[in-house]
Design a protein around this ligand. Structure first.
Ligand SMILES: [Zn+2]
Length: 726
C-alpha cells in the first residue's frame, strides 16, 4: 500500500531562515537557540537531503512541526495579502514553495510513527494531529487566498497547459476542502476535521496496542506443532522480546487470516489464533476501537453533507478515476457471484478432505488455510515448506527485484552503509539510472517489529521536483518474519510478491520527472496509485526473472522445473477465497462510508453482518480480509471509501501487463515506454488520459478476470503466483 499524508499542500525547501522566525515570536534566547540547532531547521546536508537520523532526537519533532506550521502560515499569509493582482507565479507557484520545514519534519515523523514508533512519538502524534488538521484548514479556508486561486481558475489569459492543470488542481482542492462554505459552516467543518484527525490517530494507536498485546501465547511448545524449527525459534524470540522467557508467541499480522494457520496442526490452536485475530480490538478494554469507529463514520457523513454530497463515499470518489461509489461498487458486485461460487467450490474440496481423514467436523474459517494447503499439496503436490528455501530475501532483492528493474529500466543499485538509518535493520541503496547517473535513494525496512504498523507500504522522505531541485528519497516498509540470529530470511511467494509490489511504488516515486511537487510521483488519485505497484508484481513470476532469483539458499540450485511447473499450475488456486475476502472488505468500506448523516449505527458487528448480507457476500467461511474493528486502511490509513482502489488499479495493471504481452514482453524498450508515459508523469494529466495514451484505449476488465481464474475459458497467462490484494 501507499501511505497518504495528512498534509495536502505541497511544500518546499527554500525558506526564510529559522533565526528570523525565532526572532519574530520573541522567544527566549535558549528556545531560539534550540530551534536553530533543530535538525529539521535547514535542509539536510546529506546527499539528496536524506534525513540525518544520527542527529534527530525524539524531542526534535514537536518543535520542528510547530515551527514548520508557523513558517508556512506566514508564507501563505504573504501570498494571500499580496497587493499585486494574482498571477500563476505569485500565487500557485509561490504556494508550491511554502512549508519546507513542515514537509521535512512531518515526512520523517509520520514515517516513524508508522514504522518505528514509541510512547513519546505517539503522544506527539496525538497532540499534533488535530493541530495539523487545523493548519490545513487555515490554508484552504483562507478567503483571500481562495479568491486569488478562483480568479486564476477563471482567467482566460493562462495558456500554458501545465500551469492550467495545476491551477485547476488547486481550485478543486480548495473547493473540496470547503473554501466556498459560509463562515458558520467553515467553523463546523474545522471542528469536524479536528475531531476526525484525533479519532483516526486514536484508532491507529489502539490498534497498534491491541496487536502488540494480542497474538497467541503458548506455554507448551506442542500447541505450535507444525511450525518449522526456524519459526519456533522466531516464536521463542518474540516471547523473549515481550519478557515471556521460556514461552512462545505468534504475533498478529494485520489481516484476518494469519499465515501460521497453514502449518498449525492443532485445531484448537488454529481456533484460538483465529479468535485472537478477529477479536483483537473487541475486548471492551482501552484498545477496543468500536466506539471510535462509530463516531468516525458518523462525522465523515456529516462532513460530506456540509460539502454538498449525499455520502462520504460520494465526496471521496468525486475526484477519483471511479468518480462515484456506484461505479466502484458495480465493479465489485459484478464479481461477487463468481468469486463466492469459486470459494464454495474450494470449501467443498476441503470438506471432502476432512471427511476422508475422518475429521467429523464441519470446516470452520480457522481451518481454511490449513486444508487449502493440503488440497494444494494433493492436487498440485505443492508444499510451502519446500518452496521457501528458494526465496531467500537478499537473493530475491538483488536477483529478482533489482534484476527486473535493470532489465526493464536499466537501473543499478549500490548499498550505502554510510547513510544514517532510524533502526539498525533498515538498509539504504543508491539508485543509478541507465546512463550511470545517480538518481535517488531507496530505503528498505523489511522485518516485523512490535512497534511497526501491520502490512506493507511505501512513502517518501523527499519528493522529486524540478521547481525545488529535489531528487527522490523513498522507502519501503514490510512485515516479514525476522529470522533468528544467523539464519536466512526465507520468504513465501506472497512475501516475494509484496517486495515487488512495494518496489513498484518506489519506482513510481523515483522515476518522477515533473516540475511541481504537488503533481510529483505517487501523488496521484488513490485508485491509480496501486497501478504501478501491482503492475510490478507481474515480473515476480516472469520466467526469466523467476529463474534468476528462485535459487536454493544453501545449494544455489535453481528451483527444479517440476516445482516451478507446479507453482504455475496452482496459479489460480484459492482465488475464490482471496477474491471473496478482498471484496468483502472493500464492500464493507463502501457500506460504512455510504451511511446517511444522522443515522445511528451503534452496533459495529451488527452493521458489518448486515452490510455483508446486503452485498450477498456473507459467506461465513470467508470473513473479510479486514473486519471493521481493525480495518486500518479505512479508519487510520487514508483509504476511507477507497479500499476498492486495489481492484480498480488491478484492472489497469493486468490490462497494462497484457499490453506488454502483446508487444514483445519484458524488453528495455517497452520498459522505457512505460516509464515515459506512466511512471515519470506523476499526475500531470488526468489519470484516465494518462492511461489511454499508454494503452491506446480505455482499460478492459477481461485480463483481470483471466488472471484471477474467474473466467470460464482456460487462460494461458504465464502467471505463477496467487495474486492477492495488499
Ligand atoms: Zn500498494
Amino acid at each position: 500500500m501507499y501511505r497518504l499524508r495528512p498534509l495536502i499542500i505541497a511544500m518546499s525547501i527554500t525558506l526564510s531562515t529559522i533565526a528570523s522566525a525565532a526572532a519574530d515570536k520573541a522567544a527566549p534566547a535558549a528556545k531560539a537557540e534550540a530551534a536553530a540547532t533543530n535538525p529539521f531547521a535547514k535542509a539536510s546536508t546529506l546527499q539528496y537531503q536524506a534525513p540525518p537520523f544520527d542527529k534527530i532526537k525524539d524531542s526534535d519533532y514537536q518543535p520542528a512541526i510547530e515551527e514548520g506550521m508557523k513558517q508556512q502560515l506566514a508564507e501563505i499569509g504573504k501570498i494571500a495579502d499580496n497587493a499585486d493582482a494574482p498571477t500563476f507565479a505569485n500565487t500557485i507557484e509561490a504556494m508550491e514553495h511554502t512549508g519546507a520545514m513542515l514537509t521535512r519534519s512531518s515526512k520523517v515523523f509520520f514515517a516513524l510513527t508508522q514504522a518505528n514508533t514509541n510512547d513519546t512519538l505517539q503522544k506527539i502524534q496525538e497532540e499534533e494531529a488535530p493541530k495539523l488538521a487545523a493548519h490545513a484548514d487555515a490554508i484552504f479556508l483562507n478567503p483571500k487566498l481562495f479568491a486569488r486561486v478562483k480568479s486564476l481558475h477563471e482567467s482566460k489569459e493562462i495558456k500554458d497547459p501545465d500551469a492550467k492543470f495545476l491551477i485547476d488542481r488547486y481550485y478543486r482542492n480548495f473547493v473540496r476542502a470547503g473554501a466556498q462554505l459560509s463562515e458558520a459552516d467553515k467553523a463546523k467543518l474545522r471542528e469536524l476535521n479536528k475531531e476526525e484527525s484525533t479519532l483516526a490517530t486514536a484508532f491507529q494507536n489502539k490498534l497498534l496496542a491491541a496487536t502488540k498485546a494480542g497474538g497467541l501465547v503458548a506455554k507448551d511448545k506442542a500447541e505450535f506443532a507444525g511450525l518449522s524449527s526456524g519459526e519456533i525459534d522466531a516464536a521463542a524470540a518474540a516471547a523473549k522480546e515481550r519478557k515471556l522467557d521460556g514461552q512462545w508467541v505468534l504475533p498478529l499480522q494485520n489481516t484476518t487470516q494469519q499465515p501460521a494457520q497453514v502449518e498449525l496442526t492443532n485445531r484448537a490452536t488454529r481456533e484460538k489464533l483465529f479468535k485472537a485475530s478477529t477479536e483483537r480490538t473487541e475486548h471492551g478494554d482501552a484498545n477496543d476501537t468500536r466506539a471510535t469507529i462509530v463516531r468516525l463514520a458518523q462525522l465523515r457523513a456529516e462532513k460530506a453533507k456540509l460539502l454538498g454530497y449525499p455520502t462520504y463515499a460520494a465526496y471521496s470518489l468525486d475526484d477519483q478515476m471511479a468518480k462515484t461509489p456506484e461505479h466502484a461498487i458495480k465493479l465489485m458486485t459484478d464479481m461477487v457471484p463468481a468469486a463466492v461460487a469459486k470459494a464454495k467450490g474450494e470449501a467443498d474440496k476441503m470438506q471432502a478432505l476432512v471427511d476422508k481423514q475422518g475429521g467429523k467436523f464441519k470446516l470452520a474459517p480457522w481451518d481454511w488455510q490449513y486444508y487449502a494447503e493440503q488440497v494444494r499439496k494433493a492436487e498440485y503436490d505443492l508444499d510451502e515448506s519446500k518452496i521457501k528455501p528458494y526465496f531467500e530475501l537478499d537473493r530475491v532483492l538483488h536477483d529478482g527485484v533489482f534484476f527486473a528493474a535493470n532489465k526493464l529500466y536499466g537501473l543499478t543499485f549500490k548499498e550505502r552503509k554510510d547513510i544514517p538509518v532510524y533502526q539498525p535493520d533498515v538498509r539504504v541503496f543508491e539508485v543509478f539510472d541507465a546512463d550511470g547517473k545517480s538518481m535517488a535513494f531507496w530505503y528498505a525496512d523489511y522485518y516485523k517489529r512490535d512497534n511497526k504498523a501491520g502490512g506493507a507500504w511505501m512513502d517518501s522522505f523527499v519528493d522529486q521536483s524540478g521547481l525545488l531541485g529535489t531528487k527522490p528519497v523513498v522507502f519501503n516498509v514490510c512485515n516479514f518474519t525476522k529470522p533468528a540470529a544467523g539464519q536466512p530470511a526465507l520468504l513465501t511467494f506472497d512475501d516475494v510478491t509484496t517486495m515487488f509490489h512495494e518496489f513498484g511504488h518506489a519506482l513510481h516515486g523515483m522515476f518522477s520527472n515533473v516540475k511541481y511537487p504537488t503533481l510529483a510521483g505517487t501523488n496521484t488519485t488513490r485508485d491509480f496509485v496501486e497501478f504501478p505497484s501491482q503492475f510490478n508484481e507481474h515480473w515476480a513470476s516472469e520466467p526469466s526473472v523467476f529463474a534468476n532469483y528462485a535459487k536454493h539458499y544453501q545449494t544455489g540450485e535453481p528451483m527444479p522445473a517440476e516445482l516451478l511447473a507446479k507453482i504455475k499450475a496452482a496459479r489460480t488456486f484459492n482465488q475464490g477465497f482471496a477474491t471473496t475476502e478482498y471484496l468483502a472488505a472493500a464492500l464493507l468500506d463502501q457500506a460504512w462510508h455510504t451511511i446517511p448523516p444522522g443515522s445511528d449505527k451503534k452496533d459495529v458487528d451488527k452493521f458489518e453482518a448486515e452490510a455483508l448480507k446486503q452485498f450477498n457476500i456473507d459467506y461465513a467461511l470467508v470473513p473479510p480480509r479486514y473486519r471493521t474493528s481493525y480495518f486500518a486502511h479505512i479508519w487510520g490509513g487514508g483509504y476511507s471509501a477507497g479500499y476498492y482502489a486495489y481492484l480498480w488499479s488491478e484492472v489497469l495493471d493486468d490490462d497494462a501487463y497484457y499490453w506488454f504481452k502483446e508487444n514483445g514482453g519484458m524488453t528495455r524498450e517497452n520498459g522505457q515506454r512505460f516509464r515515459d508515459m506512466i511512471l515519470s508523469r506523476g499526475s500531470t494529466q488526468e489519470m484516465d488520459v494518462l492511461y489511454r495514451n499508454f494503452r491506446g484505449r480505455d482499460p478492459s476488465v477481461e485480463p483481470l478476470l483471466e488472471e484471477r481464474g474467474l473466467k470460464t475459458e482456460k487462460s494461458d497467462a504465464p502467471k505463477t503466483d496467487e495474486k492477492k490484494a495488499k
